[in-house]
Design a protein around this ligand. Structure first.
Ligand SMILES: [Zn+2]
Length: 298
């Protein structure tokens, strides 16, 4: 499998001189499977540049788009994804939904004529939707597993395995804490029930989900100091992210979903602190910070 990062920033695009190296586009990762088959992880603003590259090739496209959840930063690039405007192209959008709103409506609503000149049903490509809960299925011969993670309303994590190699993508996830969970939270009931199951560490199923992955891409929005004022916003600080990687015995951790207020230097600093923690705690994995344009072989 081969990865290319097209968007690494959380919450909102951050163009400018302070974010040149790690990038300002919101989440989008290109995953190439056997025979160059394509899965796109999230449709943040980074998907626009990926779309332009796909258009240059001039081939018809049959690809999957796995959406972690429908918050703006994960879908807002889709209306600017040129291959969706081309007839003969075929996309399957995969993601979770709530009892109140379907996956298709989540994607269509941001293209409502109040907000956008072209509507979803006017796109020329064939676009199918596949709702997922927690399940296992196959895409292009790769094994896919999904799980709900801790994020306002909901978010999905994806585990993709092919040729004995595994990638886990968890773009947005917050450490689950029993005390704060007692306060009113805007999280789907299924998530509260899931986390409440384990009497010891409610985050254990996340550790199990990432177990022995070759690459883990995980939310690292905050420093621990910043997190104190942002409990319940749905994101991780780097100590928790390191904990997930260590407990899951992953081989390589990619820090992802950089906070929009973090300059390149701040992300460098977070990476350095992570490397120091890894050494001090005798953890046994590599750590990188996701950067736009970065490519990785799994
Ligand atoms: Zn996000």
């Amino acid at each position: 499998m081969r990865l290319t990062f097209w968007g690494t920033r959380g919450s909102i695009p951050t163009p400018g001189t302070q974010t040149v190296r790690y990038g300002g586009n919101t989440p989008c990762v290109e995953l190439r499977l056997n025979d160059d088959k394509l899965i796109i992880l999230d449709a943040g603003t980074g998907i626009r540049n990926l779309g332009d590259k796909l258009m240059e090739k001039g081939e018809s496209i049959n690809a999957y788009i796995f959406v972690s959840h429908p918050h703006w930063d994960h879908i807002q690039g889709f209306p600017f994804f040129k291959p969706a405007f081309v007839s003969g192209n075929y996309f399957t959008i995969v993601g979770g939904e709530t009892s109140k709103m379907t996956l298709q409506k989540m994607i269509a609503d941001q293209m409502n004529s109040v907000y956008f000149p072209i509507q979803l049903n006017e796109l020329k490509a064939t676009i199918n939707f596949r709702r997922v809960g927690e399940e296992e299925f196959e895409v292009f011969g790769a094994k896919i597993r999904t799980t709900f993670v801790n994020h306002p309303t909901f978010a999905m994590g994806y585990r993709i395995t092919q040729n004995g190699k595994s990638l886990v993508y968890i773009s947005d996830n917050e450490p689950y804490d029993r005390r704060s969970a007692h306060e009113p939270r805007k999280v789907e009931k299924v998530i509260i029930e899931k986390y409440s199951k384990n009497p010891h560490n409610p985050n254990q199923f996340i550790f199990d989900f990432v177990k022995n992955a070759d690459v883990l891409i995980h939310d690292t929005t905050y420093t621990p100091e910043e997190y104190v004022d942002r409990v319940g916003w749905g994101h991780s600080h780097y100590l928790f992210t390191l904990n997930v990687a260590a407990e899951g015995n992953v081989k390589r951790l990619i820090l992802f979903h950089h906070d929009p207020s973090h300059s390149d230097e701040r992300v460098d600093d977070i990476l350095k602190k992570c490397e120091k923690e890894i050494t001090n705690r005798h953890y046994n994995f590599d750590c990188l910070a996701a950067a736009e344009g970065m490519e990785l072989e799994i």
